[in-house]
Structures are given as C-alpha cells and as structure tokens.
Write a protein that binds this ligand. Sequence first.
Ligand SMILES: CC(=O)[C@@H](O)[C@H](O)COP(=O)(O)O
Ligand SMILES: NCC(=O)COP(=O)(O)O
Length: 238
Amino acid sequence: MTKLSVNINKIATLRNSRGGDVPNLVKVAKDCERFGSQGITIHPRPDERHIRYDDVYDLKKIVTTEYNIEGNPTEGRFMEVVLDTNPTQVTLVPDKLGAITSNAGWDTIKNKDLLKELISTFKQEGIRVSIFVDPDVKMVEGAAETGTDRIELYTEAYATNYSQNKEMAIAPFVKAAEKANELGLGLNAGHDLSLDNLAYFHQNIPGLLEVSIGHALISDALYLGLENTIQMYLRQLQ
Ligand SMILES: CC(=O)[C@@H](O)[C@H](O)COP(=O)(O)O
Ligand SMILES: NCC(=O)COP(=O)(O)O
C-alpha cells in the first residue's frame, strides 16, 4: 500500500502572510488526518518562510499518523528540532540556502561520508531515514552505501515531462525504483506530484511506500475543498 503524506508547508505560507494564526496549522494537520491522510510532512527552512521551528514541536504533540520532517541537516536548527521531536521519519534534502524550492537530490557518492554520519545519528534515535535522490541508478546505489532506510525519488522531472510523453517521463523512475527494490531500500517519492500525474506514477513504480504531496494538493483544495481533495488523491493510490 502506498501512503499519502500531506505536506502542509503552504498552509504555513498562508498563515504567515498576515502575521497571525489563521489558518491554524495544528487544526489543518488534525483535519488532514481526519480526512484520511496517512502522514503529515513539513519542511522547515532556515528562513522560516513557511514552517517555523516552533511549528515542528507543536505538530509533534498532535500528529497521530506518520510525522515526516524534511530538510537540509546542515542548515539552521534542523538537526536540533528533529532530534528534539523524534518524528516517524526524517527526509534529508540537499537544499541550498535561498532555493525557491527543492531542486535536486543528493550526490550520494560525493556525500557518502556526510550522509553515513547523519543517518547513523538519526537511526540511533529510532528515527526512520529517507534521503532525497534523483532518478539515477548510480545515486540509488550510492544511497544504499549510506545506511539509509529509504530513498525519496525527486519527481519534478516526471511531472514536467508527463503531459508531453508519460512513457518517457516515467522510464528513469522505473529503473531507479527497480534498483531500490533490488537493494532492499524503502521507496518514497515526491515533488510536483498532482491529481493529473499521480495515478500513472503509482501504477508503474514498484514498491512505492509513500508519496508526500503539498503544493498541488493544497492548490486543488482551494477549488475542491480539503476533505474532498485528500480523498481524491487517496483514490489515485488505490
Ligand atoms: C523535498 C520536496 O520536494 C518538498 O518537500 C519541497 O521541499 C517543498 O518545499 P517548499 O514547500 O518550500 O517548496
Ligand atoms: N517531498 C515532497 C513534498 O513533501 C511535497 O512536495 P510538493 O508536492 O509541494 O512539490
């Protein structure tokens, strides 16, 4: 079964835009779970443009499904807040300061020693570790050398190419997924997945355990309602 983890970064973006507490992030997270989401994902960035470090602690108190914290472990207070809150999963992403969004996976070969050390630290605390990688078999092989529990395939290239040629778009992701399965790596995926492209991805990727989706899902909810939207996404994963 592939779990849906709703990324609520964009709820925090809306909240921060007026400096108040509307929409309330904790309430939205609870409602996402009540509507069927099987996880809550957040990505605290050093500039706190959306998720604030305090949110990480507030959400830990109420998330009852899987709590997934994504981010760059070498920047800001990421390590501190993750080790303090002990989420279900941490997803390590090599985002550079100032990046408008995540835009690349790890070079798991060049960063092998760094990743091994970081992954060991989190695993010692019982936190499941996933690392963000491009759909590149060499990077998947490198990931297996780091001791990570899972990889998260960075799906922007799939989403970008899907409408033009879905068979071409999915091909590198199938190869990467098959390699992950062969090496015993758990398999997650995320970035720019949507109601348009999710079902085809799910049908063609073997062993897919979790998708984390935020931007498109929250945007769809503006028209379709949050409860209805979450259930529409869940139906794409059946
Ligand atoms: C790792 C990933 O692809 C997403 O979690 C991304 O980090 C979303 O971040 P923003 O919501 O800041 O675009
Ligand atoms: N890991 C991907 C994620 O959490 C959400 O990415 P997006 O759906 O906001 O592009």
